[in-house]
Design a protein around this ligand. Structure first.
Ligand code: AMP
Length: 550
């Protein structure tokens, strides 16, 4: 086992095996079966390309052999930060085939986040797009970022680059070229690699509440089970098609049921690098898409688009919404504008536990709740501040352990003592109530983060950076409600005497730390001093009330 991974206690592992949840087969073995069973069916659609399961298998094997030639070995960690294209899918399965472990970052992450992932996991390679061009970001070179990380950390980082037009040096290889290059490593070199199914198949990035982002190891056993079970509650048949417009490195689009779950069923996955309504509607119409994974802010944007009426969206059956609470009026609007589809709310987290509303739940239960756990062995408790179970119907903090919920963040022993109870329950920081139906209702959260359109921002991480500003004496970052994104971040700042600060200036200051842009505050408010709670901590509740009323 990779050092720093917290294993499941043996008695729990034995139970999960005995119940058939864990099959002791690495992810690649499960997908070998899938690739053979559905060989001639379409697995992935990327622009004009329709890729069969056989092609996906062959191309990922080919890529894996070339990666072995480049020196990648079983157990190596590779930070992956790619857009929703077939290259991501080839690479994901190629890494599985050679026993390497993808560390999934987001396309919006920049030097600070990626450097952290590299150093925490001792990564040997980074897979990045060549460039990113946007009016907001200008022209950003990911390979340059990887070069700097390698230099700053004195590592020989291999760069795997997608979509490069420029010639690359010998530590930087175009992924497209690796799909064509004749490999030396024989296929048997892959087959002979032993993979322990209790080892991580993937590292996911936690939404997190701490100063530095945490990594979540998901084992082969738990992650395959996660997708197998998720797809079983989502009414998916082999003729269905899932549209993925959310970044595929997120747990939901990758595995809940996402890419993995739909492939396990022999269905199609249509990839989109765009979330623009016109592009999405066009793909739905063209590929007769049946399922979409989304966050409420995307649904709101799509439903508000005047083009919605001029597309045939009648193939849609399930709009799966997660990451954030779905407002009832958005659900109703969806019902009016896309009458063939039901909205299926799910409550999930990269740490593991998944709740889904079942499609045959009564209407009122589907409207009011975020679902219930997908596995009978998900041990869910709602507890008060002293860790005691609250009576049914009362609000408590959700804590959970189960066959696909982590037992510890990677290489974070100190944080783990706070994030887990001594008997292994993960304290989610979410506040919930048990609904009489047996489903759960989200009532808020205790954890200190901003949920911006489903993307989680740790308040502490941003506060630490703002505190480095010479004019700032104190700061607290809080969520303020937003009609579309659910929440945006407001920085509440106490300035040093005689100084001034503007939002734009503060954002420029933060950008100098090279953080992802979604972490920038969108509002700045000044205070003479920050309100304190009775125990002397900054009262974020009072701050939220004051900035939303003011
Ligand atoms: P992530 O790991 O980024 O998916 O974030 C997980 C967190 O998102 C959960 O702990 C919740 O705080 C929040 N979340 C996920 N799904 C929902 C939902 N349906 N309603 C409200 N909050 C949600």
């Amino acid at each position: 086992m990779i050092d720093g991974v917290v294993p499941f206690p043996p008695e729990f592992a034995a139970r999960y095996r005995a119940r058939g949840y864990w099959r002791d087969r690495p992810l690649r073995a499960e997908f070998d079966d899938v690739f053979h069973t559905y060989a001639d069916r379409i697995a992935v659609v990327d622009g004009p390309e329709q890729i069969t399961y056989r092609q996906l298998d062959e191309r990922s094997t080919h890529l894996a052999r070339n990666l072995v030639d480049l020196g990648l070995r079983a157990g190596d960690r590779v930070v992956v930060q790619l857009p929703n294209t077939a290259i991501f899918v080839y690479l994901y399965f190629a890494l599985q085939k050679l026993g390497a472990v993808p560390v999934l970052a987001l396309p919006s992450h920049r030097y600070r986040e990626i450097a952290h992932c590299v150093s925490l996991t001792d990564a040997v390679a980074c897979a990045v797009p060549a460039r990113h061009r946007s009016s907001r970001d200008g022209d950003f070179s990911f390979p340059d970022m990887v070069r700097r990380i390698g230099k700053d950390q004195e590592r020989q980082l291999l760069g795997l680059v997608q979509g490069s037009d420029d010639p690359l040096d010998d530590r930087f290889v175009a992924l497209e070229e690796l799909l064509l290059r004749k490999p030396d490593a024989p296929e048997e070199a892959l087959a002979s690699v032993e993979i322990d199914p209790d080892d991580p198949a993937v590292f996911l990035l936690s939404g997190g509440t701490t100063g530095v982002p945490k990594l979540i190891p998901r084992s082969h056993n738990d992650y395959v089970f996660n997708s197998r079970l998720a797809v079983s509650v989502c009414d998916v048949s082999p003729d269905d098609a899932l549209l993925l417009a959310l970044p595929i490195e997120h747990n939901l689009p990758l595995a809940c049921p996402g890419l993995q779950g739909f492939l396990l069923r022999g269905a199609r996955v249509v990839l989109s690098t765009s979330t623009r309504p016109a592009d999405v509607f066009d793909l739905v119409e063209r590929h007769r898409v049946t399922h979409i994974h989304l966050v409420p802010s995307l649904l709101i944007r799509w439903l508000a688009d005047p083009g919605i009426g001029s597309h045939d969206l009648s193939s849609l059956r399930v709009l799966q919404s997660g990451g954030q609470r779905l407002q009832p009026e958005v659900r109703e609007r969806a019902g009016r504008l896309i009458p063939t589809a039901v909205v299926q709310e799910n409550f999930g987290m990269a740490e593991g536990l998944l709740m889904f509303v079942r499609l045959d739940d009564p209407d009122d239960v589907r409207r009011e709740t975020c679902g219930r756990p997908i596995c009978p062995d998900d041990e869910v408790r709602l507890v008060d501040d002293d860790g005691r179970d609250v009576p049914p119907g009362e609000v408590g903090e959700l804590c959970v352990r189960g066959p696909y919920t982590l037992r510890g963040y990677f290489r974070a022993p100190e944080h783990n003592t706070k994030a887990f109870t001594p008997d292994g329950y993960y304290l989610t920081g979410d506040l919930m109530r048990l609904h009489p139906s047996g489903n759960y209702v989200v009532e808020g959260r205790k954890k200190d983060l901003i949920n911006r359109g489903g993307e989680k921002i740790s308040a502490e991480e941003v506060e630490n950076l703002i505190l480095a500003h010479p004019d700032v004496a104190n700061v607290a970052c809080v969520p303020v409600p937003d009609e579309v994104l659910g929440e945006r971040m407001c920085a509440c700042v106490v300035l040093r005497p005689g100084t001034e600060l503007e939002l734009g200036e503060l954002c420029d200051f933060l950008l100098a730390f090279e953080i992802a842009k979604h972490k920038l505050p969108e509002r700045l408010e000044f205070f003479d001093e920050l309100p304190l709670s009775p125990i002397g901590k900054v009262s974020k509740k009072d701050l939220v009330a004051s900035v939303t009323e003011g």
